[in-house]
Write a protein that binds this ligand. Sequence first.
Ligand code: UN1
Length: 485
Amino acid sequence: TRELEPAAAVGGPGGARLRGCRCTADRKDADVTVISRSPQDPDDVVLETAEAGRDAVLAAAARARTAYAGWAAAPATVRSAGLVAAADAVAGATDELAALVVREVGKPVTEARGEVARTVGILRYYAQAALLPEGDVLPAPDGRSLLHTRRRPRGVAGLVTPWNFPLAIPVWKAAPALAYGNTVLLKPAEEAPACAQRLAELLSAALPADVLTVLQGGGETGAAVVDVADVVSFTGSEAVGGIVRRAAAERGVPAQCEMGGQNASIVLPDADIDAAAAAIAGAAMGYAGQKCTATSRVVVVGDAAGFGERLAAAVESLAFGDPGDPKTALGPVISEQARDAVVDAVAEAEKAGARVLTGGTATGPGWAVAPAVVVDVPDGQRLLREEVFGPVCAIVGVPDVDAAVAEANAVRHGLVAAVFTRDLALGLELPGRLHTGMVKVNAPTSGVDFHAPFGGSKSSSYGPREQGLAAKELYTETVTVTITP
Ligand code: UN1
């Protein structure tokens, strides 16, 4: 058996490790069943479904390869129409899908509805992207040949996705894969099998048979999918991402891995402090901080304790509770282990001398933990260097802009950073000095524009960017063609 769950050095089990492929504690027989339970009410079993073993993955891959011949050869207009029909189907199921996201992964309903809308937008975007020019015509060396480039799909795309965006992430990988002529094997997170199953039903009904197949399961299923794919895209923990990219490299297939973040928001003394506190509160605590783009550290130039009080007040004003209530900003975290990881990380920092301004205790119902703001965190504390993947935000004070940049860059991750300032010159300068794949000036670290490239630097990402037109790099290869008459 391939172990896809190495002990995370990070943030306890609730951190990076749970995001990709997790062995469910509830699983009695490790080979047969995936069980998802509602984080709000763990007695509520959302779905119990059979795990796809290696043979099932091989069989699905064979069918996907057969389907590939027809799908890759179909006119782009046909693939585009398929994605438009898929978008319509998802849009038509908005209420049902949002309710399922609330129930299965505890995402607040307003954000869950936003995720459905984003999913529809992504499908429509790639329906159009499929129709864009695909290559260049170059001057011919002999003045009469046609020298040009085309794009060829890779084949069968293996997608391994996390639970925190159980609709949008599978679709922001699958939609470009399909638009450019690949067929798809999707291995969703064990925590969100029902979301994946319903999503796949809707998409598949709009597409030819075997163009998209869902394979439920944990690490072994994921490893099998990676082993049969012609191209791999993964979002989840650093630990699993490392395994995925090595497995793909071994086979010589392209891979893209989006992994953790430990994202800083820098607050400069000239910032609009109330706007910064509101934006950071949302970025740190929205969906209980369970986004790779969440703000985990606030780096304050000047009065860190004062900003801490402002942030704590902004966090306390967020509605914390039932994810089914449209006003709720954060509900429970995904699992008991995730909840304990947050409580432990906060307690550990407090023991080391940090001050907890608000939150950090388990409240229930389900796996709810009160959102925590922590100041005076001593150097070396994991709250400042590791991804906890929960509703906790640490604040550090630094003397000047250079020190703020150094602190922001002092982690091994490099996904996204934010800067809050009214100084346009600094707003233009700092994106070049922050070692992250994305920089937001006067905007929250979380939140993604699906038509723009998404990805990180350093240990946060591997391989080409995803989303936007950048996705074409992964899902196609360039073919240079010379036609001499
Ligand atoms: C967002 O900030 O809206 O797994 C999306 C994640 C990221 C997506 C963040 N890949 O959390």
